[in-house]
Every structure is written in C-alpha cells, then in structure tokens.
Design a protein around this ligand. Sequence first.
Ligand code: NAD
Ligand code: MG
Length: 296
Amino acid sequence: MTQPDLRDPRKLYKTDGFEKQDQPTPALQTKMQPEPDCGEESYQGHDKLLNRRVLITGGDSGIGRAAAIAFAREGADVAIQYLPGEEADAKQVAKLIESAGRKSLLLPCDLKQDGVAADLVDQTIAAFGGLDTLVLNAGQQISQPSLEKLPIKQVQETFQVNIVAMMAIAQAALPHMPAGGSIVTTTSIQAYSPSGHLMDYAATKAAIKNWTINFAAEAAEKGIRVNGVAPGPIWTPLQLDQGQPIEALPKFGQDTLLKRAGQPAELAPVYVFLASNDASYVTAQIYGVTGGGVIN
Ligand code: NAD
Ligand code: MG
C-alpha cells in the first residue's frame, strides 16, 4: 500500500537551541547558524506565475528570498531590491532565479534614501517589459529594551523603511500595473500582539496591515488585488541584526503552538497563492503563517 505523505509540523526543522549569534548590519543569510531554509532544495513550481514580471523588496534573504525562488520556479522573472551590503546573498538568489530558466535583476539600494521608489519600478520595467506583481517585504527591526531607550532617529528610520518607502514603491508601481496584477505586503504577528522591545517595528507592522486593507479598495478599481502575509517568528537574518535580544535566540519561536521557529520556505506557498490567479477572489486580506499565533 502507498503511504500518505504526512509531515508532523512540530518536528520539521530545528526546534530549539539556536546558537547565540550576532552580525553587523546588514546581517547575511550565509553567515547564519543554521542557514535558513528558503526552499532552495525543495520548492517545486507548477507554472502558477507564468511570465509574470515581479519586484520583491528585501529579496536577498529570508522570506523575500523564499518568495523569489518560488516565484521564479512558478515561471516569473524576478527583480530583487536589497541593501548594497547584501550583494553576496543577492547574487545567490540571482543564480537560483536564473537556474529556474527566468530573468533576474539585482537592485541594490537603501530605502532610507528618498526618491528610490521610481527608480526601482523603472528599472524593473526596463528589464522585463512590465511589472504586474509586487511583493513589499523589506523591513527593519531593531530591538530596544524600553521606550526610554528607543532613539527617536530609529523610530523615524523604521517608519521610513517599513512604511514610507513601501507606500512610495506602491505609488510608483500602480500606474504601470495591469488588471490581474497583485500586491503582497508583509506585516507580522507583531501587528496584533506587539512585543514591548519592538515598539517602533510593531507599530509599522500594524500600519502595514491597516494600509493593505485600505489600499485594496483603490487597487480593486483597477482589477489589482492587495493582500498581506503576517508571519510569526521566522528564522531569518532580521533576527540577528539587533532584531532580538541575543539571549532570546536559543528559544526563538518556542512559545508558538508548534513550539519552534518557522522557516522562510514555509511562507513561500502563501505568497505564491496570493500573487497567483488562484486567489482571484481574495483581496484586502491578511494571511497568517504564525505557528499558531492568532491574528484576528
Ligand atoms: P531579512 O533580513 O532576510 O529581510 C529583510 C530585508 O529587508 C533585508 O534582506 C534587506 O534587504 C531589506 N532591508 C532592511 N533594511 C533596508 C533598508 N534600509 N533599505 C533597503 N532594504 C532594507 O528578514 P525577513 O525576516 O525575511 O524579513 C522580511 C519581512 O518579513 C520584513 O518585512 C519583516 O518585518 C517581516 N517579518 C519577519 C518575521 C520574522 O520572524 N523573521 C516575522 C514577521 C514579519
Ligand atoms: Mg538580507
């Protein structure tokens, strides 16, 4: 008899004892112990995004990298934006996109700078002949012990990267996007259940959730769907680049129902679904991939 393919979600991946580790900004995926799983060896495409022209912000590592790999294997050309210091991670992603038989485009830039949005959109359109799918995923997360210790400059920069730049990129992209196009944002469980040490970050994630639902109405008039993904604790460079207090790393993710951190590869199918025609009646929604944290 053929056995069913069942995988116990509690036992997939490493469940505890992440090494305490720290990296200077920007943290690199290749220097993590263990390296996150972004589906490099496992993701199988089924032409769900055939000939799409995609821009993914923060596509060099973590969740954005998992989306980039999956989208390319689903048949899309993929441009990734990332910080200039993340070239090593980004080059690996470009190789993975190309080995799926698709075009890649590398767009290094710092979203703290004003005026980069139009350039990202223009370069993607010049390389691929259009832009129909946008994954707004870049984000900054810097842990601080209290409001008293939270530098206001950090608050401004977190809002600049996570909110202002995100809206600017969507604003630049929208006039070029055709009906049937899709925008996927990345919010967080932090939008619903905020941690005291992530006050500025959690507030941006709540704003992303709010904006996703709000903007979906305007985009719907053009036949474009807008949805968000709310991840729980996922093992990515974000967590090692001051994203968590170092002493919290060994137990990272263990307070979820599944008692482990998630891996970026476990997010990719949700990004693919929301971007694809399969989600034709899905807009203004937030999908949770949290290991059990409730998002409503
Ligand atoms: P990541 O570090 O791999 O990705 C974040 C990316 O954002 C970086 O690779 C970088 O390219 C980009 N970025 C950060 N600051 C930038 C700046 N100033 N200019 C340009 N680009 C910049 O980590 P990730 O966890 O995959 O993060 C992706 C998204 O997922 C983020 O929006 C994050 O808030 C969200 N998220 C992550 C988790 C988690 O536990 N890892 C949980 C909820 C939400
Ligand atoms: Mg990165």
